[in-house]
Design a protein. Structure first.
Length: 599
């Protein structure tokens, strides 16, 4: 019996060793502490077809990104010309390369490599695999030349690194090539040697994120693909931030306290006083929403699907996970409208929930200086909740907007549309009566439940500029605006209501997405023109001296940035067939999913 037990134990040990041996000890995740408060990484490289499709999409954004950087550089020019030169040099790197792939080759990054963004405590560290470390060094050299000075250099043993201190924030940029990886980090300016060594990978964490397979397990549990998986541990992050125990947060607070002390004369020690209540109260808040995670669920040449999970305390999830909101259209099923948004607003349930939260804070107020303002916020919230019970608002269940067409011109502040607006309510008759009191022209309307829609009075139609009808159901009122919308109202009121826990649903066609972008661009152009005219009349100054040339240059840069941004967005929209999103609450918390289908 003993020999059999030893044999089984030996076999299990061999399996474990074999599993461990397949892990790359130099993978970015091997350097990430298992207790990091946040991390995002790819667990595998993209396949070639998907990579090419994503690169093609990224190439469409290049002109927009260049324009944004150039506008930012123009904004920096007056106060920080060195930084402006650096930003322009970075923009030039993009300009000198026709594609994103060309840019990555010139900078040495490996498009098929792995990366990890994570926290050493709260200090952000980025590790990216390089295809050509020498090319990356050349890229950094070009940036230093543009900046006008080289970054300081230092070494720990044989490992060299660049660094730049930002005294105003008490932080320091660390940049190094370690083996075939780029390491970039923001650390406290006086970072302790153990933190610096672990950031550079000279010392390994006692247990890494690769060792505990947390992201791999998360991907399996949530259905995330291996292309991108991320997690934020709020239980740890909030405690580090609010307690001030994290070195980076402490360095930033010390720098800010020094600046405040110089202005007010208040001793720095007084400004840095902390309360022992902060750490446990941070944990108290985090317990309500312990973590969030995200990742792609599908990513290929035709699909870009993602998911976001927000963990909630059990008592919060319980309130909403079983709640069925009677809002037509909130349920599953393909929408015929190019834009269709349904949002659950179960006011009675929300009122009870937030009243309970306000009562809990009143019973046990926060005493940590960083959190005491929450006491007043929740007190005001508690006072407002009884008012939310007043009909018709107190009977509201949700709202739905379904648009069939959208158009606009430069003379209109709002777009013209045809479609339907649905108000879910437990008392449709009461909601209609309130509307009739507010708009006397509606007083003669007498729509019957689940009957044919009735036309709105001519005064209202004139105001809307379109024919309009009203229909009522058992739990909703529906308004149709535009020719032919009356024929759709009955079906709209019969659309499926939400399943238990369902809170929101959206559908957007590619054509409607493009219409929205064109409307937004038109409004942006109008605002830019108005701002330019105003700047001329106000005679803008810098340090008391007229500076119309500077203002004109900034306005031109901002206009170019906006134009390039909309051009890039519209080019992307041309490739979109549809975008769908859904939000629900289950036993674990909030789940948001999105599905983008490309042409």
């Amino acid at each position: 019996m003993q020999s059999r037990t030893r044999f089984i134990a030996l076999g299990l040990a061999c399996v474990a060793l074999a599993a461990c041996s397949h892990k790359d000890k130099n993978a970015p995740l091997a350097f990430v502490p298992a207790d990091t408060p946040y991390a995002a990484a790819n667990l595998a490289a993209l396949d070639d077809d998907t990579r090419r499709a994503l690169l093609a999409q990224a190439d469409l954004q290049l002109p927009s990104q260049v324009a944004q950087m150039e506008a930012f550089a123009t904004r920096l020019q007056a106060n920080d010309p060195d930084a402006a030169r650096l930003v322009r040099a970075f923009a030039a790197e993009y300009k000198n390369n026709k594609t994103v792939e060309d840019f990555t080759k010139s900078t040495g990054f490996d498009l098929k490599g792995r990366f990890a963004l994570y926290g050493e405590g709260m200090a952000p560290v980025l590790r990216v695999e390089l295809a050509d470390p020498k090319a990356f060094e050349g890229f950094v050299g070009r940036m230093e030349t543009a900046y006008g000075k080289k970054l300081d250099t230092a070494a720990i043993g044989a490992q060299s690194y660049r660094h730049q201190v930002f005294a105003a924030s008490g932080t320091e940029l660390i940049l190094a090539v370690v083996g075939k990886q780029m390491v970039a980090a923001i650390l406290p300016a006086d970072a302790a040697m153990p933190l610096l060594r672990q950031t550079l990978g000279l010392d390994r964490p006692s247990k890494s994120l690769q060792d505990d397979d947390r992201l791999t397990t998360l991907a399996k549990d949530k259905g995330y693909a291996k292309w991108l998986v991320g997690q934020l541990d709020l239980t740890r992050a909030l405690r580090l931030v609010i307690s001030g125990s994290d070195p980076l947060i402490a360095a930033i607070e010390k720098a800010h306290a020094g600046a405040e002390s110089a202005k007010t004369g208040e001793p720095v020690a007084n400004l840095l006083k902390s309360s022992p209540d902060c750490a446990p109260e941070a944990s108290r808040i985090a317990a309500r929403m312990p973590s969030l995670s995200f990742g792609y669920t599908r990513l290929d040449a035709k699909h870009q699907d993602g998911r976001l999970d927000v963990a909630l305390a059990e008592d919060i999830s319980k309130v909403f996970s079983g709640l069925k909101v009677e809002l037509p259209g909130l349920g599953s099923g393909a929408s015929a409208a190019p834009f269709d948004l349904s949002l659950a607003l179960p006011v009675a349930t929300l009122r009870s929930f937030w009243s309970a939260q306000a009562d809990a804070v009143a019973a046990k107020p926060f005493t940590c200086p960083m959190l005491v303002d929450l006491n007043d916020s929740f007190a005001k919230l508690g006072e407002a909740m009884p008012k939310a019970a007043i009909p018709p608002f107190g009977n509201l269940l949700g709202i739905r907007l379904a648009l069939d067409t959208l158009s606009a011109d430069k003379t209109s502040s709002l777009p013209d549309f045809t479609g339907r607006i649905v108000l879910g309510t437990s008392d449709p008759a009461g909601l209609l009566a309130t509307g009739q009191m507010m708009v006397p022209a509606l007083a003669k309307l007498k729509p019957a439940a689940n009957a044919a829609p009735v036309s709105l009075p001519q005064d209202v139609i004139t105001m809307l500029g379109e024919p309009a009808w009203l229909a009522t159901g058992d739990k909703a009122l529906a308004l149709g605006i535009g020719a032919g919308e009356d024929a759709k109202l009955a079906g709209t009121l019969r659309d499926p209501s939400g399943e238990p826990g369902q809170m929101a649903r959206m559908h957007l066609s590619g054509a409607m997405y493009l219409d929205w972008l064109k409307f937004m661009e038109m409004k942006s152009d109008s605002l830019a023109a108005a701002a330019a005219e105003m700047s001329k009349s106000d005679e803008p100054t810098i340090n008391g001296e007229a500076a119309p040339a500077d203002e004109a240059a900034q306005a031109a840069a901002d206009a170019a940035r906006s134009k390039a941004q909309f051009t890039a967005l519209e080019a992307q929209a041309q490739r979109v067939d549809s975008i769908d999103a859904e939000l629900h609450v289950d036993d674990s918390g909030i789940v948001v999913t999105s599905h983008t289908t490309l042409k």
